[in-house]
Design a binder for this molecule. Structure first.
Ligand code: ADP
Ligand code: MG
Length: 380
């Protein structure tokens, strides 16, 4: 049975998540939503959870879920003050539809604010970052994937190894490491499929291999980069994930840092692809020695401090960013990816209590900050 809503005494945040009928409750990130609700209760912010389907057509309110007394219940609730969008839109039409539904709410005379606008895919983020000189030395050369002629040229120009990944991919899915074994034009492919399963392929002829790559990509937008050796001394891929978030005063700060480590020959280091999180300081010191690790940290901190405000100037308001840094065998730092809907499980995994707690509290505190700012505007 649906519970009726009572008017909100404090700020209300609606967390928009993906529908998932294979789990109970039937939506993604239930654990994170539960943590948000509990953090909200400590900071006068009421939290509801909804999916795009729960936005009522007449723009009057929502149907969704509330975590109360240790369980999730179905509820109807009024238009929240803040909407925290956690949906990863694979299909741009889906984003369009959701935004339209939410626009109806505003047309019906209700006010809400987005906690953040998202970033619009790897290629666009890369193009923006490239416009600032300070980022250039840290950006891998990148192009949109066109065809197998381009692939052949890139292989030729980059030591016979390239890396392909989808423009709007996540979790390391659909990534592809392509190697040309030159003497006899063999193509060796190692990659992740759409379900993040690892695969290997070996083609004896360039034509068949290149045709397979074209089929793998299909109609999707992909980017191509030189293959960077972002592996540790045992050949395991790793990256450094930095979580940058706005805090209770609307200012950016570094919440935490962790290394994600994949298995040998596993192509990616993402936790969703079987990677594990380890403490960054210890790992980098063991890998590179104390002074090189210090330099790497310095570079990562400097870039992490610069990236958020710059990307906001390009894409609009952001609340949190997960920045993936790659480090090659020479200790060189590379900006691999910037996520505007970052996960935080790495901090829970490594037992970094402080970062884990802040990673959940910051969106709550920033929502409060936005709400109070709006209240002051209306009342002044
Ligand atoms: N150019 C590259 N060379 C080698 N490995 C790469 C390259 N780009 C990405 N990777 C590996 O693939 C992983 C996933 O790439 P990323 O750009 O972060 O996409 P996703 O959105 O799927 O996480 C990275 O964490 C890294 O381990
Ligand atoms: Mg990534």
């Amino acid at each position: 049975m649906n519970q009726q809503f009572t008017p909100a005494a404090s700020a209300v945040m609606g967390v928009m998540v993906s529908e998932n009928h294979n789990v109970s409750p039937p939506f993604g990130e239930a654990l994170f939503c539960r943590r948000l609700t509990l953090a909200g209760a400590r900071h006068h912010l009421k939290v509801y959870v909804f999916t795009a389907e729960g936005i009522l057509g007449d723009g009057s309110g929502f149907e969704g879920y509330q975590y109360t007394r240790g369980k999730w219940i179905n509820v109807s609730f009024p238009v929240p003050d803040i909407i925290y969008d956690r949906v990863s839109y694979r299909d741009p039409r889906q984003l369009q539809l959701t935004r339209q539904k939410l626009a109806h709410i505003t047309e019906a005379g209700h006010q809400f604010q987005y906690l953040a606008r998202g970033l619009s895919g790897k290629w666009n983020v890369y193009q923006s970052l490239k416009r600032r000189k300070i980022f250039l030395p840290y950006l891998p050369k990148t192009a949109k994937y066109k065809d197998s002629r381009q692939l052949a040229r890139w292989l030729h120009q980059h030591d016979n190894e390239v890396f392909l990944k989808p423009h709007s991919g996540t979790h390391g899915k659909m990534t592809l490491h392509i190697r040309l074994v030159n003497e006899d034009q063999h193509l060796m492919l190692t990659g992740r499929d759409r379900n993040n399963a690892l695969f290997q392929k070996h083609f004896h002829e360039w034509e068949t291999g290149a045709a397979w790559v074209d089929r793998f990509i299909g109609e999707r937008a992909f980017i191509i980069q030189p293959y960077l050796q972002l592996t540790d001394s045992d050949g395991r891929p790793f990256d450094v994930r930095v979580l940058m978030q706005k805090n209770e005063s609307g200012r950016w700060s570094l919440t935490g840092m962790a290394v994600r480590l994949g298995e040998k020959d596993s192509v990616t280091s993402n936790l969703h692809g079987g990677g594990t999180a380890v403490e960054a300081g210890r790992f980098l010191t063991l890998e590179f020695g104390e002074s090189a690790a210090e330099m790497i940290f310095g570079t990562i901190r400097r870039l992490s401090a610069e990236i958020p405000e710059y990307l906001e100037s390009c894409f609009g308001r952001l609340a949190e960013l997960g920045i993936d840094f790659g480090i090659d065998r020479k200790g060189r730092v590379w900006i691999i990816e910037v996520n505007s809907k970052p996960g935080r499980s790495a901090f829970f995994q490594i037992g970094d209590q402080m970062s884990a707690r802040k990673s959940v509290e910051n969106p709550v505190m920033y929502a409060r900050y936005l709400w109070l700012r709006q209240l002051r505007r209306v009342n002044s």
